[in-house]
Design a binder for this molecule. Structure first.
Ligand code: GAL
Length: 519
């Protein structure tokens, strides 16, 4: 039974529009973080009985077969958005793609309710049904191993301006420098692609009602910035709200921050004409019903624009287990908690808010525990733990640090290929807690594509060094030996039978393993 949240609780206005100041107070960057009353820091509204075993996308004809279905193929949800065919753990049987109904935003697979067949899954492949010819009734499913036509088939990877630059720190030079850094630091090669402008890029509307960018912050204009970013093989994101003001407009008095409510069609077209690839749409006291309006407006542009929403604002948060919206049919990504900040208790708060939301996650539609704070004040051990947990939760990897000034350790964390591969696994399962072997100790497991393969996080949330054991029965693996690999150490640890114990796991750290049953 879902426990509904109490009515909206107060939020303390705290945004200050100046650049970073020396007076850091209790938050690392109080100049651009909203300060939340301590009383609402624990969201406390996402607990519920175990979520349904199929995603909100409905029943799951997609992807039967060895390794089981992901539930994105459903045909019973309103609009039935997903067209992902089955993605069996070992390739599985061909899945039947979802019924891509009217509301079927996410896959771009057609507006006409065309049933698409998922096609044969290659080994480990996500057989995404439905080519992106909207409404033409094309048969998808030829994707085979790893191929995909689903927008956001794996969680998005990129950078966003808010955590490091807030409102007044955002400008064209910062964004171009960041795009350059994607290339020079190896972030692009590691898979990061979206360079995202958050709030405070705009300057109201012109006399025709068209959105204007701030000419002082973006003298060359957003289209030129988009071209610059595209020229590097990257994509660009932007920010808006379903209200008359943006959040900085509401909470910080940023007058040029105008919202999109009532302007959805023209604003979506404006974004498409500028070359925008990603929209973060932040509730900011708007109406929940407005998220579908912008979804449809984006879809009508014909440009694939990844749709990231924050349907929570002041709370209660709208999550897969507690929302009137069927989130996977609305957006590619939805926030599940209040804004992160760069300290350990905040990382823990968002992990706890996200841990029971796994039913909503899958190719094209993900839970968002917020942007990364790696490199923004967490120590290196905590940064690796934060990154490990976002990876095992199939969370977006949207960095929030200054990429031009990363330490070697931060860069090594953010670009670790084996850890990123956990996040980006095409099966698209969100990991979940399978054991709590002690106070502040958790074992998380994420089913990976392939046969009998798991990513496993041995998570020491507490303040003392501890040993943590995983029993292979907790992972649903067959009895017998399994190979164990330490992903951060990039080292095989040999075969183990029945269980594996990591000794001396430091406080605030994660041992991230890949465990595969021996054939
Ligand atoms: C908040 C949002 C932040 C940031 C900010 C901008 O509502 O959670 O991530 O976008 O607004 O004003």
């Amino acid at each position: 039974m879902v426990r509904h949240c109490p009515a909206a609780r107060p939020r303390v206005k705290g945004v200050v529009l100046a650049g970073p100041s020396a007076d850091e107070g209790t938050l690392k960057n109080p100049t651009h973080q909203y300060v939340l009353a301590a009383a609402i820091m624990g969201l406390g509204c996402s607990e519920s009985a175990p979520p349904p075993t199929t995603a909100a996308g409905g029943s799951s004809p997609g992807g039967a077969g060895n390794g089981g279905a992901i539930s994105s193929g459903g045909n019973s949800a309103p609009g039935g958005g997903m067209t992902s065919g089955g993605s069996g753990e070992s390739g599985g049987a061909p899945g039947t793609g979802g019924n891509s109904g009217v509301g079927g935003f996410l896959s771009s697979a057609g507006t006409a309710g065309t049933t698409v067949s998922g096609g044969a899954a290659g080994t480990g492949g996500v057989s995404n049904g439905g080519a992106s010819g909207a409404g033409r009734g094309q048969t998808g499913g030829a994707a085979g191993a790893g191929g995909s036509s689903v927008l956001g088939a794996t969680p998005p990877m990129g950078w966003n301006s808010w955590n490091a630059y807030g409102c007044n720190g955002l400008n064209e030079t910062v964004v171009k420098n960041m795009a350059d850094a994607f290339v020079t630091t190896g972030m692009k090669d590691a898979g990061y692609e979206y360079v995202n402008l958050d709030d405070c890029w705009m300057d109201g509307r012109d006399s025709n009602g068209k959105l204007k960018w701030s000419a002082s912050k973006f003298p060359s204009g957003i289209p030129a910035l988009a071209a610059y970013i595209h020229g590097k093989g990257l994509k660009i994101g932007i920010y808006e709200t379903p209200n008359t003001k943006t959040c900085a407009g509401i909470y910080g008095g940023y007058a040029p921050g105008v919202g999109s409510v009532g302007h959805e069609t023209s604003d979506a077209q404006t974004f498409a004409s500028w070359g925008i690839d990603y929209l973060k749409y932040d509730k900011c006291q708007g109406q929940l019903s407005a998220f579908a309006v912008m979804r449809d407006a984006l879809k009508a542009t014909g440009r694939p624009i990844f749709y990231s929403i924050n349907p929570g604002d002041q709370g209660p948060f709208c999550t897969p287990t507690n929302c009137s919206l069927n989130l996977p049919t609305i957006a590619n990504l939805w926030r599940i908690g209040f804004d992160i900040s760069a300290n350990w208790s905040e990382v823990i708060r968002l992990i706890d808010a996200n841990k029971n939301q796994y039913s909503g996650a899958g190719p094209g539609h993900w839970n968002d525990p917020d942007m990364l704070e790696v490199g923004n004040g967490l120590n290196d051990t905590e940064g690796r733990a934060h990154f490990s947990m976002w990876a095992i939760m199939a969370a977006p990897l949207i960095t929030g640090n200054d990429l031009t000034k990363m330490s070697a350790a931060t860069k090594a964390t953010l670009t670790n290929a084996e850890v990123i591969a956990v996040d980006q696994d095409p099966l698209g399962q969100q990991g979940r807690v399978v054991g709590t072997p002690g106070a502040n100790l958790e074992v998380w497991s994420k089913v990976m594509s392939g046969t009998n393969k798991r990513a496993v996080a041995l998570f020491n949330r507490g303040s003392t060094t501890s040993s943590i054991a995983v029993q292979f029965s907790q992972l649903g693996l067959p009895a017998g030996a399994a190979s164990v690999r330490d992903l951060w150490a990039a080292k095989g640890l040999g075969l183990a039978t029945g269980s594996y114990t990591a000794t001396n796991v430091p406080s605030h750290s994660v041992v991230l393993l890949e465990i595969v049953s021996a054939p």
